[in-house]
Design a protein around this ligand. Structure first.
Ligand code: NAG
Ligand code: NAG
Ligand code: NAG
Ligand code: NAG
Length: 454
């Protein structure tokens, strides 16, 4: 009883105090938070970060530009994954057991969590982990943090979104949150939908779609082979006899748990599986994503298209807006993080033969549902020098190779130099990806968005 009370008092005093106060407590349950082990498939969860305070702007600096690059919110599973979730549900449901007992006893009254197939791949909107609500709150938060300084009332605000329905729905929800309480939403909101097609060339929020060679180049040695999941299947078969569960079933149930949380906010499956299962599943997924989307030989160039555009906007003297909001998929956030240098924190390649427990690269930290990269440009009040601060899932993450600004921020000029040096050492995106010359040869929608019809 003592500990939660202590926590409460601490939180309450910090709400009421007009001054910044440190918080400290001896109790920490972050590592046991299941959302920290859902491998990018589960509900949004803030990053653990390194202890910096997002609310504290470094001394003498003022935020004068903001660039947001976000994943869509919590969603239903994709078509392919849904087939395997349904198959394991059907297998367990159809098994005749003598008695429903042990961790799997819930199967007796278990209902499938997708009630209508038209919801597959769409945003969720039915529990505390509603994807649409999450994005709405995110839009509100951004407006509260930066709106007063960076948004001119009644001016038209574009929201850039890739063309999948769930991404469009997410950006709409964000926009509604951003304008919450304003009555000029319909006048000011401009949804700019960028098709997810190869013929967009460079002018895209899904560069992977413009790059056939990326998909042909296999960089993934082989999957991590789960060990614990066999033990987990044995444990479940002992405590809940009759289901004859396999390690493969256990793996799919770990995914089932994450998606059921997105939809319902709770899940009997999550409770039935041991924490070790999630930890192993997480690594199986992280190591795959690492080799296929994060540290693949093409990912720097795939992300460079976005980072180039971002730096152009941050360097511009008189941009039309001071805030840019883009919405796309987890893979594109990983490309972005690679090109920006965030993933340099993962210094060594992830091993495949064992779990690397001490790693920076965790999809639950980097790309949970609703993941968001926020770049602030900060200008020094006296010298006018410009700096960049990177916030990933509400956690401030200093760049590994650029900390020459106040409070471990990065000088914009240094970031420019590091990025363009690295870019100049590579084949261009167009050459490396065989982008047809008849398709757009640079990312231009941030500048010419007015031509889009919605
Ligand atoms: C499923 O959703 C679709 C589209 O919203 C709707 O037309 C249909 O009636 C729903 N089916 C059921 C069984 O609720
Ligand atoms: C999502 O849920 C909220 C609250 O129940 C509701 O007001 C809203 O219309 C829903 N949005 C969609 C797109 O279904
Ligand atoms: C489960 O496994 C046992 C032992 O291998 C076997 O006798 C039984 O028929 C299996 N049950 C089902 C439903 O497959
Ligand atoms: C970087 O952006 C600028 C401005 O949009 C564009 O002219 C240039 O071609 C881009 N470079 C690359 C490598 O994408």
């Amino acid at each position: 009883m003592f500990i939660p009370l202590f926590f409460l008092i601490n939180t309450v005093t910090s709400w009421f105090s007009p001054f910044y106060k440190k918080r400290y407590w001896q109790y920490s349950d972050d590592q046991n938070n299941l959302l920290k082990h859902c491998a990018g498939m589960g509900p949004y969860v803030q990053g653990s970060g390194f202890g910096f305070d997002y609310d504290e702007i470094p001394m003498n600096l003022v935020v004068d530009r903001v660039f947001v690059f976000s994943r869509h919110g919590e969603r239903y599973p994709t078509v392919d994954l849904e087939l395997s979730l349904r198959a394991v549900y059907d297998k367990l449901k159809e098994t005749k057991v003598d008695r429903y007992e042990g961790p799997m006893s819930f199967v007796e009254k278990w209902d499938y969590f997708i009630t209508n197939r038209s919801l597959i791949e769409m945003e969720t909107n039915t529990s505390q982990f509603s994807g649409l609500k999450d994005m709405h709150n995110f839009g509100q938060d951004i407006r509260q943090r930066y709106g007063e300084q960076l948004y001119k009332e009644r001016s038209v605000m574009p929201f850039f979104t890739s063309g999948s329905q769930r991404v469009i729905d997410s950006s709409e929800a964000f926009a509604r949150g951003f304008f919450d309480g304003d009555n000029n939403e319909e006048l000011a909101k401009k949804m700019v939908i960028i098709p997810e097609n190869k013929n967009q060339g460079y002018d895209t929020l899904t560069t992977g779609k413009s790059c056939d060679p990326y998909h042909k180049k296999n960089n993934y040695p082989h999957p991590y082979v789960p060990r614990f999941m066999k033990q987990e299947a044995m444990r479940l078969n002992k405590l809940s006899p009759g289901f004859n569960m396999t390690a493969a079933d256990v793996k799919i149930l770990a995914q089932y748990c994450a998606f059921e949380l997105n939809v319902k906010g709770h899940s009997d499956v999550c409770d039935a599986l041991s924490m070790d299962t999630f930890i192993e599943y997480e690594y199986l997924h992280d190591s795959e994503v690492y080799y296929t989307n994060a540290e693949h030989p093409y990912t720097f160039i795939l992300g460079s298209v976005y980072v180039n555009a971002t730096l152009q906007l941050l360097n511009e003297k008189n941009p039309e807006q001071k805030m840019y909001f883009s919405f796309t998929h987890d893979t594109d956030l990983l490309f972005y993080m690679n090109a920006l240098g965030i993933l340099d924190h993962q210094e060594r390649k992830l091993p495949i033969g064992r779990i690397e427990f001490s790693r920076f690269f965790k999809t639950s930290e980097l790309v949970p549902m609703g993941a968001r990269i926020v770049l602030e440009r900060l200008t020094h009040e006296k010298t006018q020098e410009k700096y960049v601060r990177v916030i990933i899932n509400d956690a401030v993450i200093p760049l590994k190779s650029c900390q020459d600004g106040p409070s471990f921020t990065c000088k914009l000029s240094t970031l420019n130099r590091l990025f363009y040096e690295k870019l100049s050492e590579q084949q261009t995106f167009g050459d490396k990806c065989n982008v047809d010359k008849k398709y757009p040869q640079y990312l231009k929608f941030y500048w010419d968005w007015k031509q889009y019809s919605r």
